[in-house]
Write a protein that binds this ligand. Structure first.
Ligand SMILES: Nc1nc2c(ncn2[C@@H]2O[C@H](COP(=O)(O)OP(=O)(O)OP(=O)(O)O)[C@@H](O)[C@H]2O)c(=O)[nH]1
Length: 307
């Protein structure tokens, strides 16, 4: 762990998002009481900050119902916004837990190329290692030699075994080998990388369905988790990806990466409100320990600019 604390990194990572919201809210509250026009402006500001129409409407509702005992000013509004964002995030904040019996717990990781999938797998492996779980990786994206190579480099660095097939090989057969190897070795967690070819929905769907069939034959419970990795810099497109991957892959939870590179981190709130899928962790940097289970209250306060 680097010297900087995790909350400092979340704060630093979400700084742009927080500034965006502050800029959008600046100067809106000008009267002693919030009137409808001001509430409309606040709602617009929240939508402009990528929180999405549903979360924005919910926060508006909350503000309209607030009594603001100590007078209304920007700080009071931000405080109420933070509280409502926390109320949206709390129910979905769920770390990935290793509960599978028999072992291994099979975690299928999906997401479009470039979303940060490979790095996230490495960070997840590290997170599990820190909890004393044994981890094995499967390079299931057999379409790109680079993806296999990159995961291999991470596996070496972390000292975890990795099962690879030949480039162009059948992903389901590599996954099969992975589950067998992890079972034989008694590994606690098996993390499976998959191809992210969203351009060809049919092929992707067939491939994931085949992986599921093969997994199910070895262990009816597997995959235990289907984790979608999203790149926060994609803003509203990230929501579309949830929609599509839910349909093709039966997503069980989300990890949002690259929150440090964007002012669009509000999309985390939109995703939570719109889909209610568990959010397992957030990524705020490229280093191995830049991924942690997320603390909804901390994130809410940072986004709203009251931390
Ligand atoms: N700033 C920042 N960069 C990240 C984060 N997560 C991943 N990255 C970077 O994003 C880039 C893409 O990450 P990969 O892990 O290669 O993503 P991928 O989805 O596997 O992409 P392909 O291998 O191209 O399919 C890399 O340069 C990572 O270092 C994050 O939380 N913050």
């Amino acid at each position: 762990m680097s010297a900087e604390s995790w909350s400092d990194r979340v704060f630093g990572g979400l700084r742009k998002t927080s500034e965006r919201l502050s800029e959008n809210l600046a100067g809106i509250v000008t009267k002693a009481k919030l009137d409808d026009a001001q509430l409309d402006d606040i709602e617009d500001a929240l939508i402009l900050s990528d929180l999405g129409p549903r979360a924005a409407a919910r926060i508006r509702e909350r503000l309209a119902g607030e009594r603001f005992e100590r007078g209304v000013d920007e700080a009071a509004v931000k405080e109420a916004v933070a509280e409502e964002i926390a109320a949206i995030l709390r129910p979905v904040a769920k770390p990935l837990e290793v509960v599978a019996f028999p072992r291994p717990q099979v975690v299928l990781v999906i997401g479009v190329n470039g979303s940060g999938k490979t790095t996230t797998i490495a960070k997840l492996a590290h997170l599990f290692q820190e909890q004393d779980y044994s981890v094995m990786l499967v390079a299931g994206d057999t379409f790109r030699a680079a993806a296999i190579g990159q995961l291999g480099v991470w596996a070496d660095r972390l000292g975890v075994p990795i099962i690879k097939g030949p480039e162009g090989g059948d992903p389901a057969s590599v996954v099969f080998d992975g589950v067998k190897a992890a079972t034989d070795k008694g590994s606690d967690v098996l993390i499976v990388d998959t191809a992210g070819r969203l351009q060809n929905k049919r092929e992707l769907m067939d491939e994931l369905a085949k992986i599921r069939r093969v997994l199910g034959r070895l262990n009816v419970e597997a995959p235990h988790d289907v984790v979608l990795v999203l790149d926060a810099t994609n803003g509203q497109n990230a929501l579309q990806q949830i929609e599509i991957f839910k349909e093709v892959a039966g997503v069980t939870g989300l990890i949002m990466t690259k929150l440090d590179g964007t002012a669009r981190g509000g999309v985390l709130v939109a995703a939570a409100e719109q889909y209610g899928l568990p959010i397992h962790a957030i990524g705020v940097g490229e280093k191995i320990d830049d991924l942690r289970p997320f603390d909804p209250d901390l994130v809410a306060r940072v986004i709203a600019g009251v931390a």
